[in-house]
Design a protein around this ligand. Structure first.
Ligand code: FAD
Length: 449
């Protein structure tokens, strides 16, 4: 353990702490094991203690003590990230943010809330206002809003609103600095991008503000197609149909649907499927657009409530999870296709790796244009082969965000550069104690001189 843990425990007396090593070890893991490369690098990494503040005042006490004693501090939401974002590389404190989950207000179509709020709980609280979050990851029923902002990118809803990176999707973030006298900084407007997908290296988020969307009654549909190309083609047409209110369009190639447990009976043998979530008022328009291009095999109301799996839990990175449950020999990629050649490039990549790549896309808006991101499932052999497959995508003009690395710079190449996360880190974390090792370009002041 870190030599100052004893002193730290004394300094934060009264704040809930877990020191039991097996619990701390378990909580120090996320879903990095999706990647055989990260699994080898991160397995066994653990914090020394888990600290669970109940309010911002306790966060400030922990930050102050860590800054004075030089103890690393890694924030944790629900630890559903895929790249070890919430895995402490250098021990110290794992800061469980789940206790900060108050909703301060809902007004003018926006909300201010604590970072530890689980996303499905936030939507449940917004429902009486007729509102919901603009977007959420497929882990909505577990993930926290703070973890989404600090570790995620987009998801269900991004077909209409783009990702978290688009200006306007995060209205404000309040962060606590890691200094002997911590400061609270309110980042308003585009300045909030300084914490977006920064893996908690640029301040501890204690409040967030988001703009909201109308909470329509939504309908989940599965549509079967003879081929993945046909599922892609119709998905693209539906994505371009601006009058159809939707939040999910996900074409998925066979045999991936053969692993879709509860809805397997609605996924015909050998067929590709499109999973779609469409507002009830748009279902007829959606079906008219479909015509006889594909066959609807399931249509039911969407609910996040326990008892029924929402179809979004078969999309985004849940598609990979469903397959991993049956076959640990697979992994995945993260791709962004060029908007002006989406269908051609998806087909080209499937054709290039017919035995290794199982097609799976989500239509999204990116920079205002309709395109597809993809999390294709890959039959894994070696790190070198994985690199070859990613390089072939990049050579064909398909952007890759490498999900097999744990540093910010190597993973998220889609991020907007102007946010200057490195400059902000120097301001808020002068000793480099926040999630150390994740921001590769950061060199602590002492080491730089
Ligand atoms: P955590 O994993 O706990 O944390 C994520 C990062 O945020 C960490 O670096 C942590 O240090 C930091 N952090 C957490 N709280 C704070 C805070 N208060 N202040 C500062 N930093 C903080 N992601 C998507 O974007 N879209 C998807 O559709 C999607 N699908 C997924 C499907 C599966 C099956 C899995 C396993 C993952 C998926 N993810 C997806 C990744 C992940 O689930 C989401 O990004 C999720 O929102 C992370 O939230 P979390 O609460 O689990 O965060």
């Amino acid at each position: 353990p870190h030599p100052q843990i004893g002193a730290l425990l004394a300094a934060i007396d009264g704040v809930p702490v877990t020191t039991e090593p097996s619990t701390v070890r378990k909580r120090s893991r996320d879903f990095f094991w999706y990647s055989p490369i990260l699994d080898a690098q991160l397995r066994g990494k653990s914090a020394d203690i888990l600290v669970s503040p109940r309010d911002e005042g306790e966060v400030v006490r922990v930050a102050a003590a860590c800054a004075r004693l030089g103890v690393p501090i890694t924030p944790r939401g629900a630890a559903t990230g895929n790249y070890g974002q919430a895995v402490p590389l250098h021990g110290g404190v794992l800061l469980d943010m789940a206790g900060l989950k108050d909703i301060a207000w809902v007004r003018d179509g926006s909300v201010r809330c604590g970072p530890g709020l689980v996303m499905s709980e936030l939507d449940a609280a917004l429902a009486p206002h007729g509102l919901e979050q603009r977007m959420h990851p497929s882990t909505k029923r577990r993930a926290t809003v703070g973890g989404f902002v600090a570790g995620g990118s987009g998801g269900i809803g991004s077909i209409t609103y783009g990702g978290l990176r688009e200006p306007g999707n995060i209205l404000a973030a309040r962060v606590i600095t890691v200094e002997p006298e911590p400061r609270a900084i309110e980042l308003r407007g585009d300045a909030a991008q300084k914490v977006n997908r920064a893996y908690g290296t640029t301040g501890i988020i204690t409040a967030l503000e988001f703009p909201l969307a109308p909470a329509w009654p939504w309908v989940d549909l599965i549509v079967a197609f003879d081929s993945f190309a046909e599922a892609m083609a119709f998905g693209h047409r539906a994505a371009l149909a601006d009058g159809i209110t939707k939040k999910l369009l996900s074409p998925i190639a066979w045999p991936l649907p053969s692993h879709f447990a509860e809805v397997r009976p609605h996924c015909p043998e050998g067929k590709a499927v499109l999973i779609a979530t469409v507002a009830k008022h748009s279902v007829d328009s959606f079906l008219a657009l479909l015509g006889d291009a594909g066959a609807v095999t399931l249509e039911r109301p969407l609910t996040d409530a326990p008892g029924q799996t929402p179809l979004y839990e078969y999309t985004w990175n849940h598609t990979t999870l469903q397959m991993l449950k049956a076959d640990r020999g697979v992994t995945y990629l993260q791709c962004l296709f060029p908007h002006d050649a989406v269908l051609e490039k998806v087909a080209e990549m499937c054709a290039l790796f017919p035995d290794e790549l199982l097609g799976h896309c989500e239509f999204i808006r990116f920079g205002g244009r309709i395109t597809a991101s993809a999390l294709p499932v890959i039959r894994y052999t070696t790190p070198e082969r994985l690199s070859t497959i990613m390089a072939a995508h990049e050579a064909a003009g398909v952007m890759i965000a490498d999900p097999h690395v744990y540093t910010l710079e190597d993973g998220s190449r889609h991020k907007r550069a102007e946010a200057d996360q490195l400059g902000f880190k120097r301001e808020v974390d002068p000793r480099g104690l926040l999630n150390p090792g994740k921001m590769r370009s950061y060199v602590p002041a002492a080491a730089a001189t």
